[in-house]
Design a protein around this ligand. Structure first.
Ligand code: SF4
Length: 267
């Protein structure tokens, strides 16, 4: 793993056109979690690294303080192309330093992670005016999780983390993302987590570049029955599967009084 600790950036805040958001903060470039489906791998082309995505991490540094006036009442997500509580955060504490700056802001802060390390910062989360923690969960089967998301917290750890956050009065979200066709069972995840989850978010599996090849190989090896479906969705661009799934999500959530956001609807 190549660690670059001299990466200077102008500002931690970046404006975004992503749905439901105004700003994003990514404390690191790169992500050591190495999820098989990683949608963020395209970020490699914006770095100076020749190593593969997942093999490098840049620790972002800046002297500029976050302009909390600029983000008053704005929606800020930490993070979109890395896990802000990835294993390097234990040592470098960039996310914690950013959270310390946000504590007294009036921004609506959403923290997205797959890591139990977020519990380290519960003192800060409890002091923030508008904050929610979104735990990404796309599978409940630990054996399958190990194959698809090998280096992030276990399913059990993520569920326990959510419970602890909830017990401490923090708004909790389960981000069912990515929805891996025929493998992610969104209803089972909701059933399992609904007692300590305030809201659900959904996003579909997008496949790009070498990660498409990796996922196709995985499906071919582990779920050969679904090969045709994946061909249709990702090679023939057939949108029917996800259109129908979005309708099913909407119907299920409305029927069961579940608050939700579907990040993939209409895209
Ligand atoms: S946690 Fe997110 S950014 Fe990191 S490897 Fe997984 S999908 Fe990619």
């Amino acid at each position: 793993m190549v660690v670059e600790d001299t990466t200077r950036v102008k500002d931690y805040l970046n404006k975004t056109k992503l749905k439901y958001l105004d700003y994003v903060i990514n404390p690191y470039v790169g992500c050591p979690n190495r999820c098989l489906y990683c949608y963020a791998a395209y970020m490699s082309s914006f770095s100076k690294h020749s190593e593969e995505w997942g093999e490098f991490i840049d620790i972002k540094r800046t002297n500029k303080k976050i302009n909390t006036f600029k983000i008053k009442n704005k929606k800020v997500m930490i993070s979109t192309v890395t896990d802000p509580y990835n294993s390097f955060e234990e040592k470098y504490k960039i996310t914690r330093m950013i959270m310390e700056q946000l504590v007294n802001s009036e921004a609506f802060v959403s923290v997205v992670t797959k890591s139990k390390l977020i519990l380290r910062d519960i003192d800060l989360l409890k002091r923030m005016k508008h904050v929610e923690v979104a735990m990404s969960i796309c599978l409940l089967d630990e054996n399958l999780k190990k194959k698809i998301e090998p280096f992030s917290s276990s399913v059990e750890e993520r569920l326990e983390t959510l419970k602890e956050l909830k017990q401490n009065g923090i708004k909790t979200v389960v981000f069912i993302s990515p929805i891996i066709p025929e493998i992610t069972d969104f209803k089972r995840i909701i059933e399992e987590t609904k007692d300590y989850t305030d809201e659900y978010w959904f996003d579909k599996l997008n496949l790009r570049s070498s990660f498409k090849t990796k996922m196709f190989k995985f499906i071919g090896d582990e779920f050969p029955l679904y090969k045709v479906l994946y061909e249709n969705i990702y090679n023939k661009k057939d949108s029917q599967y996800f259109t129908e799934l979005s309708e099913e999500i909407s119907k299920y959530c409305n029927l069961n009084g579940i608050i939700y956001k579907d990040f993939s609807a209409g895209t």
